[in-house]
Design a protein around this ligand. Structure first.
Ligand code: ATP
Length: 792
């Protein structure tokens, strides 16, 4: 090492002309001088380019003051420019001016001198190189390369010829790039990769804000990602992408840092590791770039949503109409009745709704609201009208509301609510246009936020219409890829129309004929199957490190989840049970348990329940069910008790039927007129959808085999599951004895996967159940497995 140091020192010595024992003042002076000298040279050189011919004759007569030169720096300029440019290096001589100024700057600012040496060294090389190169064109313009350039060029050409000289110059150029600028093929490659990444990131940031939201989560996830996942992720890419993949692996970048402080020119190589690129993120970027975001609708990309024309317009004559006389009469009636109870009114205001008119009363000061509340029944009697509901006080206002039904109710058509901008522009996951409020506003709710709905009402009060209204709302907003219905209809008539859209929108158990479930035992299987689906979805969400279905699907769309690992786009699943009472009476706990389980847990994974019943008695709507269904709809019921069961308060018994309803999502009661959609309208919509290209089959729910059909541990070889061998191979390959692995890889239900694991245990392939840990795999590899199975 010391030898090397000495050597380099020697080579550099001639360049180091500045005496650094100078004091600071000297340096400033010399620095300023050199800066200005450099500038003077520059000016002189530029001027020389224009005036050299004119000044040619004046050269060599420096002493003769009478001879004038055109150079901007006169005689000095002409002489020195001639020396450096014409007789020297040609155009490249400009580097002398630059280097002189630069030296001045270094001295002036008292900077480290090491870089300066390098500037001079490389500056002179560049100068000679350029002048030699320009020497090729000396016959065209002698100034280009100067005499030195011309001479060097001719000298080289004499020995190497034209091609040889050119090749030598190219070699020197490469030497410069490599040694001076540290440009190597890897650096160039790295640069392009980085630019590409930057562009795609920019693109990504613009197109998907959600992705940026998830970025930090994504980062954590990628860090925690197992090696196995990475391998499978990579395996997914085609062979052509493979080469690209290799280059995206974390890569060591060598940066040569030359320690300027060091005596001599000892270069130190510092290995820095470039920021680990996020494998999956990167892969997903590339996939998105190549194929675009995953589009769940692609398979039915030509699907057309039903048009609004399919719905009937019931209010051809315009909006809501009410008789002025009826309004006056009702007002007088209210005022007089209250007067009888010594309640004076300060103000009264009417809001006309589709079915009822709300009279808002401000009582005179000093009248207690509780008094009015207590007189509710008497007032209703005195007004002798059906369906009066008193709201005392109206939440959020200091007024009392009296709702009086209109003599002639206006139908709120489904068409009007579907066409409303509130519904059309609803930024909701599962928007439902329920109907109109008392002030005639379209009422739109998000089923995903509810997250489950309990619906009750005596027969003939509008329940079925209500269900159709909900289903129609979703058909108008959601593509078949985004939502699937599981319909349970013990009455066998209400929902049959939806059979036509089975292969578009319905989900069913494998190996069942009918998608709409009318048989109670099938309901139990379906509910349990939904529980399996729920568990599976939770596994997927956990694996994807997301909290809910929306985030999951966003991530899947952005191709950040690998389908090879069982990931898929998850449609919302909406379970609709018409006539729940019937079901719970016949099946009891067997139905209640999975329903309660789903209601408790399914919100995050996109399974929502809508349960309707005629009899809202406590043995139908049990505490457990009620607790998990915060959103309720009550149509007219026959008794206050029923109203309490469904709404936790009275009121529903005073409704007027025909779609008049109360809606609550846990706090306030909202009176709504349900939108009316008639069977022929539903038929038109389902016909329209049904006539379009469909999926090959209804959406498959996971298989559920009831517990009773399960067998003990000492399973007969002949009774083994048909997928036993496949399962064994998966378990042995992965060396991980877990049922969820089988669920994912073989797309099985939990129970079946569990049974196969039991069979594997009986066969001695996996060890015993060890609580939360995965079972031990007792067979080391596939060859051993083959032997093991042959020896049985
Ligand atoms: N929103 C509504 N607007 C106007 N009329 C309605 C509305 N909802 C229901 N009706 C009227 O009430 C009738 C009964 O409605 P629906 O069939 O929905 O009752 P239901 O509660 O389902 O009865 P059941 O429980 O016996 O099936 C309808 O045929 C219709 O005439």
């Amino acid at each position: 090492m010391p030898k090397k140091k000495q050597k380099t020192k020697k080579t550099k010595k001639p360049l180091n002309k500045v005496n650094f024992t100078f004091t600071r003042k000297h340096k400033v002076l010399l620095g300023s001088f050199l800066m200005l000298l450099g500038l003077a040279l520059f000016i002189a050189f530029v001027s020389f380019l224009f005036n050299w011919k004119a000044d040619q004759s004046t050269l060599g007569q420096f002493g003769d003051r009478s001879i004038e030169t055109k150079n901007w720096l006169s005689k000095f300029g002409a002489e020195i420019s001639n020396f450096f440019i014409y007789e020297g290096f040609g155009l490249a001589a400009f580097s002398i001016a630059i280097l002189t100024s630069l030296t001045g700057v270094y001295l002036f600012l008292d900077l480290n001198r090491k870089p300066l040496q390098k500037f001079w060294f490389w500056g002179i090389i560049v100068m000679i190189w350029f002048s030699t190169l320009f020497g090729f064109f000396a016959d065209k313009n002698a100034l280009l390369g100067g005499i030195i350039g011309f001479e060097t060029n001719t000298f080289l050409q004499d020995y190497l010829g034209f091609a040889g000289t050119l090749l030598l110059l190219i070699f020197i150029f490469i030497t410069y790039l490599v040694l001076r600028l540290n440009i190597t093929p890897e650096v160039i490659q790295q640069y392009f990769k980085k630019t590409k990444k930057d562009i795609s990131e920019e693109f990504k940031a613009e197109t998907s804000t959600d992705i940026t939201e998830n970025y930090s989560e994504e980062k954590i996830r990628v860090k925690e990602q197992t090696k196995e996942e990475q391998i499978t992720a990579e395996a997914k890419t085609s062979t052509t992408e493979e080469t690209e993949e290799k280059s995206t692996t974390p890569e060591k970048e060598k940066i040569v840092i030359k320690n300027e402080e060091d005596e001599g020119d000892l270069a130190m190589e510092v290995e820095t590791v470039t920021e680990e690129e996020e494998q999956e993120d990167n892969l997903s970027n590339r996939l998105v770039k190549d194929f675009g975001e995953f589009d769940p609708k692609l398979e039915l990309s030509n699907y057309k949503f039903p048009s609004i024309e399919l719905l009937k317009d019931y209010n051809i004559g315009g909006g809501i109409t009410i008789d002025q006389q009826e309004l006056e009469e009702n007002k007088d009636n209210i005022v007089n009745t209250l007067k009888n109870y010594k309640i004076e009114i300060a103000q009264i205001k009417a809001t006309v709704g589709p079915t009822v008119t709300l009279y808002e009363i401000v009582p005179e000061a000093g009248i207690r609201i509780s008094k009015i509340k207590n007189l509710e029944d008497d007032i209703a009697l005195s007004l002798s009208a059906l369906g009066i509901r008193i709201i005392a006080p109206i939440p959020g206002k200091g007024t009392i509301g009296i709702e009086v039904p209109n003599k002639k109710a206006n139908i709120v058509s489904m068409r009007s609510v579907v066409a409303s901008s509130k519904f059309q522009h609803a930024e909701m996951q599962l928007p439902i246009a329920l109907g109109k409020t008392i002030s005639n506003e379209t009422f739109v709710v998000d089923l995903a936020k509810m997250p489950h709905l309990l619906m009750a009402g005596a027969t003939g009060q509008g329940k079925s219409v209500g269900l159709n209204c909900i289903l129609t709302s979703l058909l108008y907003q959601k593509h078949p890829a985004e939502v699937k219905f599981v319909l349970v209809d013990p009455k066998k008539v209400e929902l049959t129309l939806f059979n036509k859209i089975e292969r578009h929108y319905l989900a069913k158990l494998p190996d069942t004929e009918e998608a709409i479930i009318t048989d109670n035992t099938k309901v139990i299987n379906t509910l349990n199957s939904l529980c399996i689906e729920m568990d599976n979805r939770y596994d997927l969400l956990k694996d994807a490190m997301v909290r809910n279905i929306k985030e999951y699907n966003d991530k899947f769309r952005a191709r950040k989840l690998n389908p090879e690992n069982g990931h898929k786009f998850l449609p919302y699943i909406i379970l609709v049970v018409d006539e729940f009472a019937d079901l719970i009476m016949t099946a009891g706990k067997e139905v209640e348990t999975p329903i309660a389980r789903l209601a408790q847990l399914a919100r995050a994974i996109g399974i929502h329940l809508i349960i309707a019943t005629q009899r809202p008695s406590v043995n139908v709507i049990t505490g457990m069910i009620k607790a998990n269904f915060p959103a309720r709809i009550a149509f007219r019921v026959t008794s206050k008790i029923d109203s309490r069961t469904i709404l936790d308060s009275g009121g529903a018994e005073q409704l007027i039927g025909r779609g008049d309803m109360l809606y609550t999502q846990g706090n306030d009661l909202i009176r709504l007129q349900c939108a009316f959609v008639d069977t022929p309208e539903v038929e038109k919509i389902t016909d329209f959808i049904g006539s379009q290209k469909a999926y090959p089959d209804a959406h498959k729910l996971p298989e559920y085999v009831s517990e009773e059909s399960g067998t003990g541990l000492d399973i007969d070889v002949s009774e083994r599951d048909k997928l036993f061998k496949d399962a064994a191979e998966i378990i042995v390959t992965a060396q991980q004895g877990s049922a969820s692995l089988l669920q994912r890889k073989l797309k099985l239900g939990y129970n079946r996967a569990g049974r196969i694991i039991d069979q594997l245990e009986a066969a001695g392939i996996v060890g015993q159940f060890e609580g939360s840990k995965a079972r031990q795999v007792l067979v080391p590899d596939l060859v051993a497995l083959e032997e093991h199975l042959n020896n049985e």
